[in-house]
Design a protein around this ligand. Structure first.
Ligand code: FES
Length: 230
């Protein structure tokens, strides 16, 4: 069980939860969080936003009953954390761009502390945490209401890491195919998950070489390996 240090609203329906303790985890990995008994049944997969020797932070959006219960946590409350899960992002090489859309910005705060990178953040209605991100890069691009992927010149980068809704990840893949493919491009998928350990198959992703589990073989995939159907 983890003990809540703080749980702060940073934008409409978006919260930053800090939990006491020295937790494991690398760039792009996630934890399964649970602050309830038997219902809602499933724990919620939430990316590592930040961590140090004393605490770990999670940025999440309230989208249902589980995340609403997370939002009701107060300092001193306890919750269940399991993880870290997932493959995470690989070590990046060369000039790097990080592209986050909506709550998909979450993994890139921790990434940007370890990688010298240009950061592109896209929001539908309201930007948040831009001051925090601006301390980690000299090249921060914020897009509100537009298509953040359009702001990125793929030819300028050796490595591109992206996280966001499926439509955005599909746009990243399309742009990758249209580019000279010089850059290594990775997409992190926000799939629905249940067990987080490869047992339930809720999170499967269609890939060129068959179906893969986002929780154990992802959530990070090379852009060209995913086959989007929708
Ligand atoms: Fe159960 Fe991935 S969440 S197999």
């Amino acid at each position: 069980m983890g003990k809540v240090v703080s749980n702060v609203k940073v934008a409409e329906q978006v919260y930053l939860l800090r939990v006491e303790g020295n937790y494991e985890g690398s760039m792009g990995q996630f934890y399964m969080l649970r602050a309830w008994g038997h219902y809602p049944l499933l724990s919620r997969p939430i990316s590592i936003f930040n961590k140090d020797d004393e605490s770990i932070e999670f940025l999440y959006q309230v989208v249902g009953e589980g995340t609403a219960l997370l939002a009701s946590l107060r300092s001193g409350d306890t919750l269940q954390l399991e993880g870290p899960f997932g493959n995470g992002f690989p070590v990046a090489e060369g000039r790097v761009a990080l592209i986050g859309g909506g709550i998909g910005i979450a993994p890139f705060y921790y990434c940007a502390q370890q990688i010298n990178s240009d950061i592109y953040l896209g929001f539908s209605t309201e930007a948040y945490l831009q001051d925090a991100f601006s301390k980690l890069t000299s090249s921060l691009h914020i897009n509100v209401g537009g298509i953040v992927v359009d702001d990125v010149d793929f030819e300028q980068y050796d490595t591109i890491m992206a996280c966001g809704p499926h439509a955005m990840m599909r746009a990243v893949q399309t742009k990758y195919f249209q580019s000279s493919r010089r850059a290594k491009v990775y997409i992190s998928l926000e799939n629905r998950m249940a067990c987080g350990i490869g047992a339930c198959l809720v999170c499967t992703v269609s890939c060129l070489d068959g179906r893969k589990k986002a929780c154990t073989e992802g959530p990070v995939f090379e852009a060209q390996e995913v086959t989007f159907h929708d």
